[in-house]
Design a protein around this ligand. Sequence first.
Ligand code: ADP
Ligand code: ZN
Length: 742
Amino acid sequence: MAVSSKILRIAIPSPVLHYFDYFPPLGASHQELKIGIRIQVPFGTRNIIGILVAIVTCSSVPPHKLKYALSCIDRIPIIPKSLMNLFLWAIKYYHAPPGEVFFTALPQQLQRGVVLKPPSISKWFLSSKGKNLTPDLMIFRKAPRQEQLIKLLYQHPEGLSTTQIKAKLGSCQSSLSSLSIKGWIENRESPIALAKDKQFSGEKIIFQLTIEQKITATTIIANHLKFKPFLLQGVTGSGKTEVYLEIISEIIAKKKQALILVPEIGLTPQILSRFYNRFEYPIGILHSSLNTKERLDTWIATLKGKIPIIIGTRSAIWAPLQNLGVIIIDEEHDPSFKQQEGFRYHARDLAIIRAHQANIPIVLGSATPSLESLENTKRERYQILKLSQRVGAAKMPQVRLIDIRSCSLEAGMSSEMLSTLQNHIKQDNQALLFINRRGFAITLICNYCGFAIPCQNCDSYMVVHQQNYHLCCHHCGYKSPIPAKCPRCTHPILQPQGLGTEQVEIGLKHFFPNTKIIRVDRDTTRKKGVFNRIFEDIHNKKYQILVGTQMLAKGHDYPNLTLVGILDADQMLFSSNFRSAERMIQLITQLIGRSGRGSKLGEVLIQTRYPEHPLLQSLINDGYDYSAELILKERYQARLPPYGYLALLRAKSLNANTPLLFLEDSRNIIIELDPKGMVTLLGPVSASMERQGNYYHAQLLLQGSSRNYLQQLLSLWIPKLASLKTARKVHWSVDVDPINLM
Ligand code: ADP
Ligand code: ZN
């Protein structure tokens, strides 16, 4: 078949839900047209870059209207075949615009058409043969230059570039060549993006695994040749990470690669150093604060097979590893695996698909598994493996509820909390106080007329920030000065209401003037790198009291922390989101897990006005699994996930009425498509905070009992939405498996 009779199906960065068809570039050969390459095409009045996803023989566009693509940018696909399948699956499942999906995942420079270049510098290393050679260098009697080189490389196990060698020994190209031909040394690519990070420390740290750890790792590795999901439920401090390291090292020994996903906040130097201490291979790191160059370099090095281990946050699910042997999701319950804007994918769910496509095992690790994963173990889709003991001497802490109904609180703390805190500090231990709201107070209220200061753009109140002396809306970021009198009645006394991290910090400084206190929330960790520095400092005992938001709850290991105080559990008990109960038991269990990780016994105090609340009671007395079971029963009755499947259509507009009109039209289309009403429609309704950043938000929720049926309905329905007249007046988006219904 002549190339010209082929039609290229291309994903183009645009918000439309379909692909675009083009004739191949004139003169392009059969070999050049590979699936997964970037292609430049004319689009409207511009030339833009798309991804070739398929080559077909017929198009719904008549031939005279088809344009010719302009040129192929890549010689090798930037999206390997295995990864392409994941993209195609995601586009279909999330009903997302193909271009948006590809271009969310690709490094920016690749989107702009930057040509692939090796991102690495080549370095010289001693080969394994060469390493055995030293210190017996007699064989180089007649070649002193070669001997010098061997000695130099022996001192530099991290490798040296030709330029670095030249700087030390002068030009020695011929010696390098002959050593390399004889197999004493070798030239390997070393990704430069990684050169800045601390890498292998030179000395492997391997623990003797506990029996539980060993059984777990062995079971998973025994299944390395097939798709098999494991839920690794290990109490905090039970050594899950050590199990991951063991699995990865076995997988790498089998010449395969490992992908590890961690939550947004989980990628700390502590975790990384455990990898660096274990592996001498390059480790690729992918997270949101990399600069574009670092991201590109890691991507390309991965594509070229130079990086056997990738650790990253959500978007690392798109890493172009071509020879995967295992995927590990740490803290699999963490909501940050779900992208909440644009292309709303769930990295954990996609990881299951990727593992299935690659026919490999996948490990979901957590002390507090998501209800979905627990249900999947019950249905025997996932095999559950448990680590029930903390490693070494560490015991689970004692947990107590403090009834604060009739207590007077100082900066949110009861006298029992303060005196316990005092005890732990006296013994030179660390304490963590948790309050899930940053700022000083939730809002300012007039003492006379009760007026609370609202945000001018949102249906919410302005949060008081004492440190910078301003009010700030946490939804749109609007800031204003703290007023001297009530804007409504001019009464001069405005009272802060509700507790935030700043207020607790100020209170603590008052009660413990000689103790080092650190506040950890989004305000104190905004600058790049600060977050990691604070955690290092905490680890090195520079601070004794930590006060902060959920940032402090995630898998960090502080051996000296013996007290955790949860100042306001009630905030989490009452929320309209159906996932908030699950979130609460996870958060409290994770917080409990921060205490007593070393040899000292830990203690946890939880302040509440509802000490008899069944969920708090079950969590404290019967533990996580039992409480999760209670919530699952409620979900079952309400046909909510994992027993029902959801999709949410959101719309927003500057005009208050148009979102609801659009959603009403959308609803009418579904009623036609689903005349028997197999899918339940809830709404349209205004969002619980209707006005946000001046936009009016509304939504329509679809709830079905069959995933397949809901999917079929979505694929018929969503393409029709764009042609609605009312669609032009709103921004709309579909969220499949939403985790937030707000
Ligand atoms: P988890 O991820 O389950 O919370 P970690 O893997 O962080 O637990 O392990 C908790 C602590 O125990 C860490 O300091 C780790 O270095 C240590 N540890 C883990 N496994 C072992 C082992 N087999 N022997 C000794 N120490 C271990
Ligand atoms: Zn606002």
